[in-house]
Every structure is written in structure tokens, then in C-alpha cells.
Write a protein that binds this ligand. Structure first.
Ligand code: 4AD
Length: 455
């Protein structure tokens, strides 16, 4: 078997881009192409070997017939082996099905890297009634599966859409540091480390640094990693997660809520406009419906009443009281029953971070918002920021924080303060909601949480 005279073209599988001058009609033979990828599936039918190749762009059915199907390499072909195949593109015969309605009739192939068979075959390694921990140990192989890979493709589309949407709105992207010496969301979840002999932390949020960027850039955003030493194992907490954060200058609390609806719905529009990701979402979450605007708005105090009237207790098993933290389980039950996005607003000062602006009409509460989604619960946390110097100094004191490491943050209130606010959205949680995944561990490439730092 020889390569033909014409140098075969390299085709990206599933790219939709058909090789030039191909006549797909089965009577007329198609153009010669060369494809490279890994064996996603293989199936022998009488004398014919059907191989579905995968290369990240898509899938292509390749048909090996005659002597080619009887070669040693064909007879011992294993899933995940990498290979090169040349042949002619044909339209699939009527009644048959193949990706993109085409198949490659092979006249030559080479194995590039043969994957093991038998006990070590990928099907045994990742699909064997593996418990969750074994599958996480083998995440590097699990990612080759259609579901795990689809979530990663949707993730790419969502991250891209955020960048596009922010730029459409005129926001500037900045890149705050990950190594810091200040806390944002309380000391209990800080990862500390020795920074050349000084104590430093992995950032919990880029918010404080974003606030320093608005005076020179106006509205700003970042997509960075945040780190939390979460000492509990839940399906929505990671130790390292991708945090999409924005800070808006000269706004009111209502402006912040409207912007949040706009960005979430705008991102969904972008993602759904991409046929490939839309098809993947249809497979992952067939019932998904874009939320309707405006999102339901609910004050914290009303949520407490709602939880009491629905007999959903607090963590101690007692009826909820004003001032209680609404724990994950109660929050999720409420969100699942209401079954639409909720802006939960106006949390009490005591249960929220030091920097939050108090509500002028009711100083017991803050101008704060959590966006809750069915199935996941909180995916966004945001607020207006305290813009008064004296109030901020009092807040440090109330929280027992030494203000000196925050001098650069405090200075924003001295050099031209402004009413401003912002939010952080957890990308993994957004994806768990969008792709209907049970846990955020399945919406990142390699999850990090208490007890797991590999692969
Ligand atoms: O509510 P959080 O803690 O808010 C902040 O960090 C603010 N400083 C953000 C800001 O205003 N710029 O976190 C914001 C979001 C949460 O709603 C959640 O989606 C996500 O970050 N998040 C986590 N995601 C995964 N694992 C964790 N351990 C998370 N902690 C927070």
C-alpha cells in the first residue's frame, strides 16, 4: 500500500471544513486526505474495521477494508492508540450514520503510539466501576471521554464569552497578583506561605486590587485564580478556582444588579450562538433554558421568613433567625424550590466582609448580593464598597484587622473616593449550573480540594 501521487491534505476532524474539490457522492470517489488522531472507538463488522478517530476538533469515521483490515496492527488495534490514516473521503451510504455524514475510506495507516490492551486498556482503567477517587486519580485519562471533554469545551467558550462581553461593555482587563499580604474574605480560609522570610498568602479574591484599578481604568475585570483553604468537603468548594471579578465605578446598587443580569445573559447568548458548544450543551443539559430577566430579587430578611415558613431549619436544626448565615443546604433547597435565578440581597453587616457598604435606609444590612442558581446555589457574591475613609477605618477595627497592610486599599478613600461596587463569579460553579454537573470537581481540568493536589 502506497501513498498516492498527490500529497494528501491534512484534515482537522470535524472542522466542518471539507477538503477542497471533494465529491462526496459515493459513486464518484472523493479527494485523498490524511488525518491524525486517537482511536475513540473501534468496531469490527465482518471483514471491515470501523475506526472513529478523535483529534479535539471532532470525530471522523474511518473504514478499513480488505487486506488493510487483516494486518497485525488492525487486528490488534486498541482504543486511544494514536494513528495516521490516509484515504478518500466518501459520503456515508444511505441509512448509515457517521460524524459529519462522511467517512474516510482508508488505503494506508500507521500507528504512531500504540495504547495498551487487556487489563490496562483505557476502557478498563477509566470505565471499570471506578469509585470517584480512582476516577480523580485518573482524571488525565477521564478527560478523553466525551462528557468530561465537552465540559472543558464549554468552559473555554464561557471564558471566551466573558472576555468578549466585557470588552463590548468597554471594560479593561487587568491582572492582579496571586501572592499577597492581605485577606479579603476572612482569615479562616487563607493559605499562607513563607515569602522570602515574610508571611504571605495566596489570594482569596482580586477585588481589593481591582478597586485600585478603577481610578485609572474605569470599569475593570479580571479572570484569575483564587485560593481558599476550605476545610470541608462539599460539591461546590474547591481550594483553587477560577474567579471572574469586575469592579464598576460611579454606580448605584441597582446598577450593579442590572449589570449582573446583563453579563450573565450576554455570556449565555454568546455561548449558545456557537453551534459546537450549543450542541454540547444540548447533550449535557437538555432542559437548559436561558433565564428570564429580571431575575427574582429577594432580601435576606425575606429569605429568613421564607425559610421559616417552609420549615427549613438552620445548621443547628432551629428555625432561621435574622442574623443567621444561610448555610449551603438551606440555600440550595430554597433555590431549587423557587427554581429560577435569585438575587439575594441586603445581608446583615455581621455575616458579611469588612468592606461592604451599609444600606443607608437600614444600617443593620449591607448593599450586598449573592446570585443563586437552581442546582448549585450561590454562583456570584458582590456588593457596593464602603467609600468613606472613617467608616472603613472603623470596619477594620470592628473586625480586629490591623489596617497597616491595607494602606494602599485605604488610600482609595483618600485620593478621590467614589461610589463603586463589584462582584466575583466562580467559573466552576457557573459551569456546574450551565452543564448540569453534580460537582465543581467536574468543571475544572484538575480539581484541587482538601486532600487532593494531584494529578
Ligand atoms: O462570595 P465570595 O467569597 O466573594 C468574594 O470573594 C468577593 N471578594 C468577590 C468580589 O466582590 N470581587 O466569592 C465569590 C464567588 C462565589 O459566589 C463562588 O461562586 C466562588 O466565588 N467561590 C468558590 N468557588 C469554588 N470554590 C470555592 N471554595 C469558592 N469560594 C467562592
Amino acid at each position: 500500500i502506497h501513498l498516492g501521487e498527490t500529497r494528501p491534505e491534512v484534515v482537522k476532524l470535524g472542522s466542518g471544513e471539507r477538503p477542497k474539490e471533494v465529491d462526496y457522492s459515493s459513486g464518484d470517489r472523493g479527494t485523498r486526505v490524511r488525518v491524525m488522531g486517537r482511536v475513540h472507538r473501534e468496531r469490527k463488522q465482518k471483514e471491515v474495521l470501523f475506526v472513529t478517530l478523535r483529534d479535539g476538533h471532532g470525530y471522523m469515521q474511518c473504514v478499513l477494508t480488505g487486506p488493510l483490515a487483516k494486518t497485525y496492527d488492525a487486528l490488534t488495534l486498541t482504543r486511544e492508540s494514536s494513528m495516521m490514516i490516509t484515504g478518500e473521503m466518501w459520503e456515508v451510504p444511505p441509512g448509515a450514520h457517521a460524524p459529519d455524514n462522511r467517512e474516510l475510506h482508508a488505503d494506508y495507516f500507521e500507528i504512531v503510539g500504540k495504547a495498551p490492551g487487556g487489563d490496562d486498556a483505557i476502557t478498563n482503567v477509566v470505565q471499570a466501576k471506578g469509585d470517584v477517587q480512582t476516577l480523580l486519580d485518573r482524571r488525565h485519562l477521564v478527560l478523553r471521554g466525551e462528557t468530561a471533554a465537552s465540559v472543558m469545551f464549554v468552559r473555554d467558550a464561557v471564558e471566551h464569552a466573558f472576555n468578549v462581553k466585557y470588552h463590548e461593555l468597554g471594560y479593561v482587563k487587568v491582572s492582579p497578583p496571586a501572592l499577597v499580604q492581605t485577606q479579603v474574605e476572612g482569615g479562616s480560609t487563607l493559605f499562607d506561605f513563607n515569602y522570602y522570610g515574610e508571611k504571605a498568602y495566596l489570594t482569596q479574591s482580586s477585588q481589593l486590587y481591582l478597586e485600585t484599578a478603577i481610578p485609572f481604568a474605569g470599569n475593570v475585570y479580571c479572570i484569575e485564580k483564587s485560593f481558599r483553604a476550605e476545610k470541608s468537603l462539599t460539591r461546590r468548594h474547591l481550594s483553587e478556582y477560577t474567579h471572574i471579578e469586575a469592579e464598576l465605578d460611579f454606580i448605584t446598587f441597582d446598577d450593579l444588579l442590572e449589570h449582573l443580569e446583563d453579563i450573565i445573559c450576554g455570556v449565555l447568548d454568546h455561548v449558545l450562538a456557537n453551534p459546537r458548544t450549543a450542541a454540547m450543551l444540548q447533550d449535557l443539559n437538555p432542559d437548559f433554558q436561558k433565564p428570564e430577566r429580571p431575575f427574582k430579587r429577594m432580601k435576606y430578611a425575606d429569605a429568613i421568613d421564607w425559610l421559616r415558613s417552609h420549615d427549613i431549619p438552620n445548621e443547628d436544626g432551629n428555625p432561621h433567625q435574622f442574623g443567621d448565615d444561610i448555610a449551603e443546604a438551606a440555600e440550595r433547597r430554597m433555590t431549587d424550590i423557587i427554581n429560577r435565578p435569585i438575587f439575594l440581597t441586603h445581608f446583615p453587616v455581621e455575616i458579611k466582609a469588612f468592606y461592604m457598604q451599609k444600606d443607608k435606609a437600614d444600617p443593620r444590612v449591607t448593599e450586598s448580593v449573592d446570585c443563586l442558581m437552581p442546582g448549585v446555589g450561590e454562583i456570584v457574591g458582590g456588593s457596593m464598597r464602603m467609600d468613606d475613609y472613617d467608616e472603613l477605618m472603623a470596619a477594620y477595627q470592628r473586625e480586629g484587622m490591623d489596617p497597616s497592610p491595607y494602606y494602599w486599599y485605604t488610600d482609595q478613600r483618600r485620593y478621590g473616593t467614589s461610589p463603586h461596587g463589584g462582584y466575583g463569579l466562580g467559573l466552576e460553579r457557573f459551569l456546574a449550573w450551565l452543564c448540569k454537573q453534580h460537582t465543581v470537581r467536574d468543571t475544572c481540568l484538575y480539581p484541587r480540594y482538601m486532600g487532593r493536589c494531584k494529578p
